[in-house]
Design a protein around this ligand. Structure first.
Ligand SMILES: *Cc1c(COP(=O)(O)O)cnc(C)c1O
Length: 343
């Protein structure tokens, strides 16, 4: 199976499995797990923050951050299509009692003017605007990278309006490799930021949430309350450290493969995609002109050993990652062309 469904489909490499097997461990929630402690320090340095906490998932990072920054009745501002809006089971409402206001996004981003227009004046009639969220890279926009200047202007505007700032950095390292802008610089204006180890970095489990010491102290209360406090998490942290050592620079290969895929798709009759819009490892393409709908085309691909995801009636998502080689991409394209020809 050539699995382009998601970069979550990566499996731990032999080197990562060796790192896992030899990890020194202890009780994480007592700060006695030396490997998790090393990872926390590494993440602080990487993201330029005072403290960080290891968590089971990126979703938990987002939901804890929202809960720490906000009170019930507050309003969170995020781009339409962002993960906290569409894919966290209504978590912001259910767990923190907040409303989410989605801003129309252009290439996954919004600007300072749009944020300023969305912030509500103080009034007992209105929800209190409290938190501005950005998603780096913007997943449902096709892995688009927020330019550093836009990250900065949005953070400045948010703080000037009295809002806190949060960066969903599920694929921040993809943005770092694509843009050449260091993670700490991208995250500089953000009161909280996290990275996912289980996406393109290739780990089986784990994410890390960073911010000020006061923010992380509050995050720990919720990690405990929501059942995210761990024990011998060093076996997971060892995988994350191995990923930071070995799997960051190579994200450039995934980006090149995604660009290759999009460029070839654009040449197929009935498929619409703009290869110039591929910043990182995610390719959305419209198959409306082929006579197939997305579900039927994905099913046909699947029966021939290629997995992609239907993301709308005629839209398919393909994601490149470390278990998909350039040859795999070329083979997936051959299979797609054969299905469309009716072979
Ligand atoms: C995957 C993802 C998440 C959630 O991360 P999990 O580790 O799967 O819980 C959050 N935000 C974005 C942009 C994602 O792609």
């Amino acid at each position: 199976m050539i699995d382009l469904f998601s970069d979550t489909k990566t499996r731990p490499s032999e080197a990562m499995r060796r790192a896992i097997a030899s990890a020194e461990v202890g009780d994480e929630q007592k700060f006695e797990d030396p490997t998790t402690n090393r990872l926390r320090e590494r993440v602080c340095a990487l993201l330029g923050k005072e403290d960080s906490v290891f968590l089971p998932s990126g979703t938990m990072c987002n939901e804890i951050a929202i809960a720490v920054h906000c009170s019930p009745g507050d309003e969170v501002i995020a781009a339409a299509g962002s993960h906290i809006v569409d894919f966290e089971g209504g978590g912001p409402a259910a767990l923190s009692g907040v409303m989410v206001r989605s801003l129309q996004a252009v290439a996954g981003t919004y600007d300072a003017a749009a944020l300023r227009a969305a912030v509500r004046p103080p009034s007992r009639y209105f929800p209190r605007s409290r938190l501005a969220c950005v998603e780096q890279t913007a997943n449902t926009a096709g892995g688009r990278v927020w330019p550093a200047a836009r990250l900065r202007e949005v953070a400045q505007q948010a703080h000037a309006s009295g809002l806190a700032t949060h960066m969903d950095g599920a694929r921040l390292m993809n943005a770092v490799v694509a843009s050449g802008v260091a993670a700490a610089e991208q995250a500089a204006g953000y009161d909280s930021v996290w990275i996912d180890f289980s996406k393109g970095l290739g780990c089986p489990v784990g994410a890390a949430l960073a911010g000020s010491a006061a923010f992380v102290a509050q995050a720990w209360r919720l990690k405990q309350r929501w059942g995210g406090a761990l024990r011998q998490s060093g076996i997971l942290a060892a995988a994350a450290l191995s990923a930071l050592d070995h799997n960051v620079e190579r994200l450039a290969d995934d980006h090149a493969n995604a660009r290759l895929l999009a460029t070839a798709l654009a040449e197929i009759d009935g498929i619409a995609v703009d290869p110039q819009s591929i910043d990182t490892n995610i390719v959305f393409f419209d198959v409306g002109g082929t006579g197939f709908d997305a579900e039927r085309l994905c099913a046909a691909l699947h029966s021939r050993g290629v997995q992609m995801g239907a993301f709308g009636p005629t839209v398919i998502r393909a994601v490149t990652h470390l278990d998909v080689s350039r040859d795999d991409v070329l083979r997936a394209l051959d299979v797609l062309r054969a299905v469309l020809r009716g072979d």
